[in-house]
Design a protein around this ligand. Structure first.
Ligand code: SAH
Length: 363
């Protein structure tokens, strides 16, 4: 590799401020950074040659210094049921991740992945089944949003949820850089309140987020109100037990003044009985929070099922009786395996992959 090629930077790995600084260092006027950002983030142009308000010389210089490292769309599947679209994206090192675009009720949401694979091995989640490969860079996170934006009919997104493959808080630095870029008026300008970070409950990072002064939404995947229940399906509970998790959440709420959403998958025979509902109501009573109940989406590695509709309603009623705001969220995109917990990463193209070759990420 020559010196210049080894110094080639993926422009998507730079925040708008960093790009401006880099341009200044290179003797390029700072307003040129705004023009480049406009092409990428507003117009969806990922090729310097097409940035026609830049001089030919500048385009050439940029091509020598930078790449616009947008992943390749390897596959696109659209749901017949609800118009969700799942993109399989090939990263520059040959790994794949999945991203889901979900248009619903006036919102256009993208569900993004934060890692290739996942370390946390939640029993019910496809994404962690085959372990962890690597973190995604900020550019790889931001790219997913850009490509989903390009799928949407009017090329606009309203919401971003970090509920794809991976544990966002295990990749805290790149996650936060991505959030700041997505939020920046110079990039996508998506309001922080429209960005949701979902975590399996990594206590030190909940504390850290509380210190960031960001208005993002925090979701915590709870799935069990006692250590016995939670530990049986979420190994992470051994490191951060229920009591510690909930007291950290209370501190976060106090510090930020912002509510937390608790995600709770309902799995028949595991965590979905009336006693489980009462335990959950006791645990969360009086907190500034809401609960999202998600009927379990079956995956082949965890042979269980969601409760019946009346059982789900009963569970919800017990929480509501304790004055806990509770909604039941029926996942979108089940017919294309794009629903919560069904996303997987693959190390080679899925059509060529045998089952044993698959590496499954979280989600
Ligand atoms: N690691 C993060 C983000 C990814 S999971 C987290 O744990 O929050 C996003 C959401 O999908 C979480 O609430 C997760 O628990 C849920 N989920 C995972 N597998 C699921 C399944 N099989 N059915 C329904 N929801 C699932």
């Amino acid at each position: 590799m020559t010196r210049s090629s080894s110094a080639i930077l993926n422009i998507l790995n730079l925040t708008p401020e960093e790009l401006r600084k880099k341009f200044t260092e290179l003797g390029i006027q700072s307003y040129r950074a705004s023009q480049v950002l406009g092409w990428i983030y507003e117009k969806g142009v990922y090729d310097f040659e097409r940035m026609t308000n830049l001089s030919v010389d500048l385009r050439q210089k940029l091509k020598e210094m930078f790449v616009i490292g947008i992943p390749q769309e390897a596959e696109r599947e659209s749901s017949g049921e609800d118009q969700s679209t799942k993109l399989l994206l090939k990263l520059s090192d040959g790994n794949f991740v999945e991203t889901v675009y979900i248009p619903r009720e006036g919102r256009r949401t993208v569900c993004v992945s934060s890692q290739v694979g996942c370390k946390f091995h939640c029993a019910f989640c496809a994404s962690g089944q085959a372990g962890f490969l690597r973190h995604l860079s900020m550019g790889e996170i931001v790219s997913q949003v850009l490509l989903a934006r390009d799928v949407s009919a009017d090329k606009k997104l309203t919401n971003i949820v970090f509920m794809g493959i991976g544990e966002p808080f295990d990749n805290y630095r790149e996650l936060l850089r991505a959030v700041r870029t997505l939020n920046s008026k110079e990039a996508l300008g998506i309001g922080a309140r429209k960005i949701t970070i979902s975590t399996s409950g990594i206590v030190p990072k909940i504390e850290a987020l509380g210190e960031e002064g960001l208005q993002v939404e925090l979701s915590v995947s709870l799935h069990g109100a006692t250590d016995t229940v939670r530990e049986s399906i979420m190994p992470v509970n051994r490191a951060y037990p229920v009591k510690t998790l909930i007291s950290t959440c209370k501190k976060y709420i106090k510090k930020t003044g912002r509510a937390i959403t608790f995600e709770y998958i309902l799995i028949k025979g595991i965590n979905a009985g009336e006693k489980d509902a009462r335990d959950l109501a006791k645990l969360l009573k009086g907190m500034l929070c809401k609960v999202n109940l998600i009927p379990y989406n079956p995956i082949k590695e965890f042979e269980h099922e969601a409760p019946t509709y009346p059982e789900i309603v009963r569970f919800q009623q017990i929480l509501q009786a304790a004055e806990i705001k509770t909604t039941v969220r029926f996942s979108k995109g089940r017919d294309i395996q794009a629903a919560c917990g069904q996303l997987r990463s693959v190390t080679c193209h899925p059509e060529q992959a045998s089952d044993s070759e698959r590496v499954e990420g979280s989600g």
